[in-house]
Design a protein around this ligand. Structure first.
Ligand SMILES: Cc1cc2nc3c(=O)[nH]c(=O)nc-3n(C[C@H](O)[C@H](O)[C@H](O)COP(=O)(O)OP(=O)(O)OC[C@H]3O[C@@H](n4cnc5c(N)ncnc54)[C@H](O)[C@@H]3O)c2cc1C
Length: 373
């Protein structure tokens, strides 16, 4: 049954972040109305790798917390969400890169994420499609994958306290929204989770687009069983200018291989660019030579919403009480959706979050600081 009228919270955006927030609000007994313009954003375009990232302690705290929450949800997720606990292999291109693997293992272990170092021979036996003579790998067995668009839909449909309307929001304030057709909706609280689109509603948000390319192959008998990522991925993910590439391949439950990854700043052009796609695929073939024999059936692009420090913005708008922000999840929003949602809803309800909310609070950016009294 859907709520009759009114809602306690209006959520803008039905991507994985808005859906996870709505799901968490409803789980805590609040009536939620979700508004989405139907254009689709990063959730429809991403890779869905659930990965403990350790470039800084706050990123690791949120990703580790979230992966644990996905694991708790796992038994409820329908098969359409395609959750798999396949683990990640962080690949060392040569023996020297095993130093990076050891450092990463240590860093993750300090925060409770288990990892296992594999030598070159063990890696070759585990993933025979990889080129021979790699230096080895760090295996993170707790990582996984899921199909984010289906998971967002499931999160919205799963609780009768959530209603979902197709509508574009053109203006918002603490307790009200104005829709494109001129109607106004009110609630005690408003939660903004509209990804990159949030910039149009709140120009003070420090969000920048980072374009990414992906390509998926045809279906083949399964020959890759872990998400495969080069250890140099972090450097690519955290570059803050230009174009960067890294080898990142995901085995889909369908037998397809999903190939990434690229990052580009300062473009909003959705076209697939051969100048980016071709070197991305060449890099993939360097690690998985047999890829060159497989058919790629579709390539596409998407835009991540990046903040200057790479962490999402989670908390109440310092100048607009009642307006809550859940934006800026860059290339990790599928992973961090449940942790972001739980942390934000804890703050909304005046409860103490399980992880420190300070690193994600909006007021760390100049345009979002409290105005002087
Ligand atoms: C190529 C690529 C690969 C990625 N790979 C991974 C990965 O492997 N692992 C991972 O964890 N993350 C990955 N990500 C990142 C992840 O996809 C995003 O962080 C996440 O999907 C962000 O979700 P969101 O809900 O904040 O935004 P979005 O998915 O963009 O959703 C925002 C929604 O708001 C709607 N909207 C916008 N403006 C309005 C408005 N004015 N009124 C109403 N509705 C509006 C949009 O239509 C959209 O539906 C990847 C992203 C890309 C692009």
């Amino acid at each position: 049954m859907k709520p009759e009228a009114g809602a306690d919270v209006l959520v803008v955006g039905a991507g994985i972040i808005g859906a996870a927030c709505a799901h968490e609000l409803a789980r805590r007994g609040l009536r939620v109305q979700v508004l989405d313009d139907g254009h689709g954003g990063a959730t429809a375009a991403g890779m869905g790798h659930l990965v403990a990232m350790d470039d800084n302690p706050a990123e690791l705290a949120l990703s580790h917390y979230s992966i644990g929450l996905w694991r708790q949800l796992r038994e409820h997720l329908p098969e359409a969400c395609a959750y798999r606990n396949c683990g990640t292999l962080w690949l060392a291109a040569n023996p020297d890169e095993m130093d990076l693997a050891r450092a990463k293992q240590h860093n993750l272990a300090v925060h409770g994420v288990a990892g296992e170092l594999l030598d070159g021979a063990t890696l070759a036996a585990l993933e025979p499609m990889l080129r021979p003579n790699l230096g080895g790998a760090l295996k993170i067995p707790g990582d996984g994958i899921l199909y984010a668009p289906a998971t967002a839909r499931w999160l919205l449909a799963e609780n009768a306290l959530i209603s979902h309307r197709n509508a574009r929001v053109r203006h918002l304030a603490s307790d009200r929204l104005e829709l494109d057709d001129g109607r106004t909706l009110r609630a005690q609280q408003v939660l903004l989770a509209s990804g990159l689109g949030a910039r149009e509603l709140l120009p003070e948000l420090p969000l920048r687009a980072k374009k990414g390319h992906l390509l998926i192959t045809d279906r083949y008998p399964q020959r890759v069983s872990h998400q495969l990522v080069e250890l140099g991925y972090a450097a690519s993910a955290h570059a803050n200018h230009g174009t960067s590439l890294a080898f990142n391949v995901q085995p889909r439950p369908t037998g397809q291989l999903l190939i990434g990854s690229s990052r580009q700043f300062d473009t909003l052009e959705p076209q697939v660019e051969t100048a980016v796609l071709a070197p991305m695929l060449r890099r993939a073939v360097e690690y998985l030579p047999e890829l060159a024999q497989l058919n790629g059936i579709r390539a596409w692009t998407g835009f991540r919403a990046a903040t200057p420090d790479g962490l999402p913005i989670l908390g109440e708008h310092p100048q607009q009480p009642g307006l809550w922000l859940a934006v800026g999840h860059e290339g990790l929003g599928v992973t961090t959706a449940p942790g972001s949602a739980r942390l934000l809803v804890d703050l909304m309800l005046g409860e103490r979050p399980a992880i420190d909310p300070q690193p994600y609070q909006p007021g760390r950016f100049p345009g979002l600081q409290r105005s002087p009294a």
